[in-house]
Design a protein around this ligand. Structure first.
Ligand SMILES: Nc1ncnc2c1ncn2[C@@H]1O[C@H](COP(=O)(O)OP(=O)(O)O)[C@@H](O)[C@H]1O
Ligand SMILES: O=C(O)C1=C[C@@H](OP(=O)(O)O)[C@@H](O)[C@H](O)C1
Ligand SMILES: [Mg+2]
Length: 160
């Protein structure tokens, strides 16, 4: 969360001259409410069910860059769907995470103590990010443009 998937995903798509979509954006458009409101109204399990459908719909016949929400890979079917696709895991350390997400209330899972909650989520999820990733790109100390370039390099893709 907050590592730059949405920001960098869009930049990578621009450079490749291909489509871009973000499953959180799709969910907000389809539901007509924010991610935070879905969590408050219906809870995390309901959000995960909506998210799973959104990822499956987004990937069907898709040719472009897709930014996922950070928790999408908690679902085993979603992880299976990602197998065989180029998947980039963007990483950062906890201090960078707090800088990028700390004052923002859009991410309900970081709402109370962002440093502790981010660390706990990463401890629970790191192995899943590693499992689905075909490339890992560190984002600490890099601008979004530099991260986008590192993603293209890691995937051995050239700008359009
Ligand atoms: N490389 C970077 N360096 C500094 N800030 C960044 C970087 N990438 C993204 N950000 C900022 O961090 C915040 C979270 O980015 P976002 O793309 O929404 O992350 P994600 O989709 O992974 O949660 C945004 O305010 C964004 O502008
Ligand atoms: O990691 C998570 O569980 C979540 C990440 C968020 O997306 P970003 O990773 O784009 O912030 C969003 O889907 C929701 O707040 C839950
Ligand atoms: Mg995002």
């Amino acid at each position: 969360m907050g590592v730059g998937k949405s920001t960098v995903g869009e930049l990578v798509a621009e450079r490749l001259g291909c489509a871009y979509r973000d499953t959180d954006g799709d969910i907000v458009a389809e539901q007509g409410r924010t991610i935070a409101d879905i969590f408050v109204d219906e809870g995390e399990p309901a959000f995960r069910a909506i998210e799973k459908q959104a990822v499956h719909r987004a990937l069907a016949g898709y040719d472009g860059v897709l930014a996922l929400g950070g928790g999408a890979i908690l679902d085993a079917d979603t992880r299976a769907l990602l197998a065989g696709q180029p998947v980039v895991y963007l990483s950062m350390d906890v201090e960078e995470a707090v800088k990028r997400t700390g004052l923002n209330t859009a991410r309900p899972l970081l709402a109370v103590n962002p440093r502790r909650q981010w660390r706990e989520l990463m401890d629970a999820r790191r192995h899943l990010y590693t499992e689905v990733a075909t490339a890992v790109v560190a984002t600490d100390g890099r601008t979004p443009e530099e991260v986008a370039q590192a993603v293209l390099d890691a995937l051995e893709l050239k700008e359009a």
